[in-house]
Design a protein around this ligand. Structure first.
Ligand code: CA
Length: 224
């Protein structure tokens, strides 16, 4: 499932470049030029990541950020800023933003940083304890009905990734990024093969292998 980016940027040339680069990389972009539009767009549609220009005609990206955080404590946020002084404010206020980039920037660089932010936010999502499932991150174990599943490293990482976000559909490239981050040569077939192995192990452990669902043309999810 494509990641959705909410972009607040009032300068058309900058916005156009960024939207083009983001869409090229498979993101779905919702673009607004005013602070108040950013808030209503987020309230209405949400987003996987929010990119906020700080200097906008009807206010400041920093104010948008503060109001946003009152509604959503976790959505990753990246700031775009033209001035070094603004960076000091971001850091000085300890807003807890995930990242910032200074203008002028390369749209590709911004895309790469957004991917990193998304990966980090997925990896740090709360461990899932769903029904009989227990994710033991410290022990690198998944337990089903009290029993640790005999998983290889990648099987564990794959199941843990799905378990942390029950119901969330991960496409194959996302799983390759998240699970095989140390193995860049991995192919989509590797993901499918591991899903198959994982389901077989779930079956052996007495669990329903259908908790790992295949979504045609989209990817996989855990449905506990
Ligand atoms: Ca601006």
């Amino acid at each position: 499932m494509p990641h959705r980016v909410l972009l607040l940027e009032d300068e058309p040339a900058i916005a156009d470049n960024l939207i083009y680069a983001l869409r090229n990389e498979g993101f779905v972009v919702q673009h607004v030029g005013l602070a108040r539009e950013a808030l209503s767009a987020f309230a209405q549609d949400g987003a996987d990541v929010v990119v906020l220009d700080i200097g906008v005609p009807d206010g400041s990206g920093l104010d948008v950020y503060r109001q946003l955080r009152q509604h959503d404590a976790v959505v990753p946020v990246m700031f775009l800023t033209a001035r070094a002084a603004e960076i000091d404010r971001i850091i000085g206020l300890e807003l807890g933003a995930d990242d910032y980039v200074t203008k002028p920037f390369s749209p590709r660089e911004v895309c790469a940083r957004i991917r990193t932010i998304l990966r980090r936010s997925q990896a740090s999502a709360a461990p899932a304890d769903t029904g009989p499932w227990r994710l033991d991150e410290a022990g690198q174990l998944v337990r089903y009905a009290g029993h640790a599943l005999p998983l290889t490293r990648y099987e564990y990482l794959l199941l843990a990734t799905l378990l942390r976000r029950p119901g969330r559909i991960f496409d194959r490239p996302a799983l390759m990024d998240l699970v095989w981050s140390d193995a860049p040569d991995t192919s989509e077939r590797t993901v499918d093969a591991h899903i198959k192995l994982l389901r077989a192990k779930l079956r052996q452990a007495g669990a329903d292998p259908a908790v790992i669902q295949t979504h045609r043309h989209m990817g996989y999810s855990f449905q506990g």
